[in-house]
Ligand binder design. Structure first.
Ligand code: IFM
Length: 456
């Protein structure tokens, strides 16, 4: 096959793929796993499209050897997955479940044998149900419990795991889980959700400290970021977009990278002990960015509720999300704007300067719902176009001096896309949820070829 027309990446650039426990594992009642916030949420009628659940998902719990083989053939250097906290510590506190750790032992060892660097996230939204019922992330105690859990996994795995991620996308759990009620636990607190943001950040900091104390190194976070554009130059729109930008981006990055919340949010945030900020800003080795598309934001539109992934947002919010027109869209209806990816990364360098550690792109991907054709192929050219354009955009940012060390495509395989159930397919590998047959898509072979040509 011809060399892909992509710019060159450094020979030690890390190529990877990402997944998360609840989205792929299934086996929710096996080997002593405790329930999580998502097990409870999916059981509530009307919460998830089509009533889908992660009970079986991709059955990765039983099929992980096949999934490791698929990754080995793909040629990735690293695999970002997540530990299910309630598989390891069923109640979120107290005794450890040896069978839970045992599953991840097999996964980690299998990856190492295949020459793939295990890169786990400690928490990707599946809060142990007992903790959720005690207030979840609105309760400071959950952050303390997370620190203990981080110590358990750190002590168990430190000698085998070369890259660690504390928490995935606290912004999404805060906004969609506690603010807008679209994700578990389904609360609609609006700005009342902000304490969850602080406790998730505190958990991150406590996690970094516990991991380091256990001998782990190379620790980062996976934070979701989207360039925010104002719907117009009017003062109202610019102000609304600025507020959204602070709430969606900087509230989650500033405390980690500068030790302080954005000034503009002072009136919305609870009083925070200075000691918390010291914990949150515990130095990290790298900063992970998950990014999909930019956001267009304006002042609230009278009588019209803003939509997020098809869900109505509280009409009383002081901003509204607008449709970004004039760009191609994924099947999830997300706009495809590669130049915004460059803008985001360059913006990070400009905002944080020397305080910014090296970056990894811990997620980037597109839902393209192409199925298997009569020849057994999955011709998902639009995903290839998405990846190609975003990798070009990434290269432009790197040429502008942004230090990016790796790229993890979301996702290795189609999986449970939260409130959208199985309707959205982000994978490089197609999963037939009836038979669990895995079929590598055209994009899988494209990525394989790209990796081959970039490696020394
Ligand atoms: O599937 C999610 C993932 O769990 C977190 N980041 C965004 C992905 C696509 O929506």
């Amino acid at each position: 096959m011809e060399k892909p027309a992509l710019p060159r990446f450094p020979s030690d650039f890390v190529w990877g793929v990402s997944t998360a426990s609840y989205q792929i594992e299934g086996a929710v009642k096996e080997d002593g796993r405790g329930p999580s916030s998502w097990d409870a949420f999916v059981a509530e009628p009307g919460r998830v499209l089509g009533g889908d659940t992660g009970d079986v998902a991709c059955d990765h719990y039983h099929r992980y050897p096949e999934d490791i083989r698929l990754m080995a053939e793909l040629g990735v250097d690293a695999y970002r997955f997540s530990f299910s906290w309630s598989r390891i510590q069923p109640g979120g506190t107290g005794p450890v479940n040896p069978a839970g750790l045992g599953f991840y032992d097999k996964l980690v060892d299998g990856l190492l044998d295949a020459g793939i660097a295990p890169s786990p996230t400690l928490f990707h939204w599946d809060t142990p149900l007992e903790l959720e019922q005690a207030g979840g992330w609105l309760n400071r105690d959950t952050a303390e419990r997370f620190g203990e859990y981080a110590q358990i996994v750190g002590e168990h795995f430190a000698d085998r795991i070369p890259r660690w991620i504390t928490v995935n996308e606290p912004v999404v759990l805060t906004m969609l889980g506690y603010g807008a009620g679209i994700h578990a636990p389904g609360l609609e607190l609006g700005f009342g959700a902000l304490p969850a943001a602080h406790h998730l950040l505190l958990a991150h900091g406590l996690g970094v400290q516990a991991l380091r104390a256990a001998g782990a190194s190379n620790i980062g976070i996976a934070n979701n970021h989207a360039v925010t554009w104002s719907a117009s130059t009017s003062e109202e729109d610019v102000q609304a977009a600025g507020l959204y930008d602070n709430i969606a981006n900087w509230i989650f990055a500033d405390p980690i990278l500068t030790g302080a919340y954005p000034q503009e949010l002072a009136s919305l945030l609870p009083e925070v002990p200075e000691a918390d900020m010291v914990v949150i800003s515990t130095p990290i080795d790298w900063y992970g960015i998950n990014s999909y598309n930019p956001m267009l934001v304006g002042a609230p539109t009278v009588g019209e509720a803003a939509l997020m992934d098809g869900h109505e947002l509280d009409a009383s919010l002081p901003f509204s999300l607008r449709e970004l027109q004039g760009y191609p869209r994924t099947d999830f209806d997300w706009p495809v704007v590669p130049a915004a990816f460059t803008e985001l990364l360059v913006g990070f360098k400009e905002r944080y300067g020397k305080k910014l550690p090296p970056l990894y792109i811990t997620e980037n991907g597109a839902a393209i719902n192409t199925g298997v054709d009569v020849d057994g192929r999955v011709p998902d050219q639009r995903r290839i176009d998405f990846m190609d354009a975003h990798l070009h955009a990434l290269r432009v940012a790197m040429d502008a001096g942004v230090d990016v060390r790796g790229y993890f495509y979301w996702s290795l395989m189609d999986n449970f896309e939260w409130a959208a159930g199985f309707s959205q397919r982000f994978g490089l590998v197609h999963v037939d949820y009836e038979t669990q047959k895995r079929t590598p898509k055209d994009s899988y072979y494209w990525y394989q070829d790209l990796i081959r040509h970039t490696q020394p």
